[in-house]
Design a protein around this ligand. Structure first.
Ligand SMILES: Nc1ncnc2c1ncn2[C@@H]1O[C@H](COP(=O)(O)OP(=O)(O)OP(=O)(O)O)[C@@H](O)[C@H]1O
Length: 301
């Protein structure tokens, strides 16, 4: 009668489990369409986005077909209304044909990455690790897993920078960000794969974003971008069913545009979960990147 079973499944197994078919070819999305209230469809939408509408069972039925069929007895009209308004919103957020606007969340753009690899190696070029980005403390490299998938690995040294206090804090923040990122699955949010702590460093594996950051792209094209993909990722965070998540460091280094034109929000090092009381204060002053922060943060509001 509620979506606690779905939340439990996603928490234990990750949102990919929602699309695994049973022996009838029905996924959790089909079963929710048939037996559960509209909240469950909404929860699934936050987890896997628009692709939920196109999953097919063995009879070729999508969850939308299931809702239309007579034997969907639970809140059928509420589900019909939710599906049509959600599909209308998706349609409206799609850029017009021929436009160069980056798409917001769209079905089928997510690569199926396998997080269950046990071994991996840096990808070398001229015998050197391929560096693809550098932050305050971490460096990001290309790596190849034993599932033959190319991924990104962010490496934070655990010592040896000569700034041990700051480094310790950065590692702590990064781990907190990982705890948040690992529960998220959305086409406009960097996909987390796994995290390893070794004696020399913290290794965080994520999808490899094929494109460039908005900072790099704006330097080139010298004009602004459409905001739709960023807004879609942020809305997903702000409306997360387990409570609002704030990224707190949205800036043009932390937004990437893939070669396919999909926006990806990265770097959850400053992310924070806001309790149900909506307590936005952090206790330690405003967080973010100067010039990108809202003015009211500096005024202590
Ligand atoms: N998964 C990825 N795929 C491709 N490039 C990436 C990926 N992750 C990070 N990068 C690149 O590396 C840069 C630094 O990454 P990131 O922002 O995560 O590091 P950071 O140490 O947290 O940075 P900061 O000090 O700004 O918080 C990014 O701006 C981006 O260009």
């Amino acid at each position: 009668s509620d979506n606690s079973n779905l939340k439990w499944l996603v928490k234990e197994l990750g949102s990919d489990c929602l699309t695994v078919p049973d022996k009838e070819g029905d996924t959790a999305v089909h079963l929710a369409a048939k037996h559960q209230p509209v909240d469950s469809l909404q929860f699934i939408f936050y987890q896997i986005g628009a692709k939920m509408f196109s999953l097919k069972n063995k009879d070729g039925e999508t969850p939308v077909d299931v809702v239309e069929i007579d034997w969907c007895r639970t809140a059928q009209s509420a589900k019909r209304a939710w599906i049509s308004s959600t599909q209308r919103r998706l349609e409206a957020s799609r850029p017009p044909a021929g436009s160069s606007a980056p798409p917001a969340a769209s079905a089928g753009t997510k690569k199926q990455l396998d997080p269950s690899f046990t071994d991996w190696d840096f990808i070398l070029q001229d015998n050197k690790k391929q560096l693809i980005g550098r932050g305050g403390f971490g460096e990001v490299y290309k790596a190849l897993t034993d599932r033959n998938q190319t991924v990104a690995v962010k490496v934070l040294p655990l010592s040896g920078t000569g700034q041990s206090g700051k480094l310790q804090k950065a590692v702590e923040m990064e781990k907190r960000g990982v705890e948040i990122l690992k529960r998220l699955s959305h086409p406009n949010i960097l996909q987390f794969l796994k995290c390893e702590q070794k004696s020399d460093g913290l290794y965080i594996f994520t999808e490899l974003v094929s494109g460039h950051s908005l900072f790099e792209l704006m330097e080139r094209q010298k004009k602004p971008f459409k905001e739709s993909g960023i807004c879609s990722g942020l809305k997903f965070l702000h409306c997360h069913p387990d409570g609002t998540i704030l990224h707190r460091d949205v800036n043009c280094n932390n937004v990437m545009l893939t070669n396919e034109g999909v926006i990806k929000l990265i770097d959850f090092g400053l992310a924070k979960e806001v309790g149900k009381s909506c307590d936005l204060s952090t206790g330690f002053g405003p967080k973010g990147t100067t010039y990108f922060m809202a003015p009211e943060l500096f005024m202590g509001e």
